[in-house]
Design a protein around this ligand. Sequence first.
Ligand SMILES: C[S@@+](CC[C@H](N)C(=O)[O-])C[C@H]1O[C@@H](n2cnc3c(N)ncnc32)[C@H](O)[C@@H]1O
Length: 287
Amino acid sequence: MTPASPEQFKAATRLAWDKSAGGWNRQTGNIHAWLAEATQAMLDAAHVAPGMRVLDIAAGAGDQTLDIARRVGPAGQVLATDISASILEFAADNARRAGLLNVKTHVADAEALDLEDGQFDAAACRLGLMFCPAPLQALRQARHALKPGGHASVLVFSEPAANPCIGILISTALRHAGLPPRDPFQPGSLLSLGKPGLLEALFGQAGFAGVAASRIAAPFRLPSAADYLDFVRTSASPILQILDSLELAAQEAAWQDMQAKLQAFESPDGWIGPNELLLVSGTRPAP
Ligand SMILES: C[S@@+](CC[C@H](N)C(=O)[O-])C[C@H]1O[C@@H](n2cnc3c(N)ncnc32)[C@H](O)[C@@H]1O
């Protein structure tokens, strides 16, 4: 079911990620390997360097938060924010276990960060902005939190054709749930910011200067399709949300169908799911 109001949408998002928090955290090793190169490109684009104060938006269980904390070093600081309090607890715990004392957390919707003007040297958001039904508002909040001259960078999935596994998962889940196909660019959905030119335009509208965009190939490599399905089943909250209303047996039939389709990406080198990410960055101009 599509929630009727923005408030209901946010409440459903928060609940879904609270439920998936443990699963996403358990998958940190796989996620780290999948996104390592793209994450470094995102932090380079935000000019993250030692001593900086960095805002991490939709930080999840904090995998990229820890990368940022290591880059800024003990003289710097990271504020990890997320709409889900449960997933942020994992981020805080992971930072503590890694001995990183320069990480703080703040539960907040990216569209309403409620932070003081001009406090951060850089801002980053990895695979979170597409879940905001009003991403322009979220970008305005990020720009407000940056010091003049500070940089923001965002990673999202690019076009549907370059991310075929996501298309398979969504279309199969919708069909099993008896729901009609969805516009892949529906605001707040997984591929919503993959619409060509959209995210760059939103950066401009949010008041960023020097907007730059690039695409990064990020194939997901796992031993088998079953391992990818395990990742999705434990952590991919948008797919779990679609199947939520079904009886367990019907959910199981949907998972089996997805796995059969995903086997097309198995090769002698293991399962390689093509993914392409879009990296967009910009600078808060001086007044
Ligand atoms: C795919 S996970 C990515 C987490 C982390 N950035 C990473 O790459 O591992 C998406 C995250 O976005 C968060 N999220 C979704 N909608 C949000 C919103 N409106 N404001 C803040 N966080 C949001 C979820 O709670 C979840 O932690």
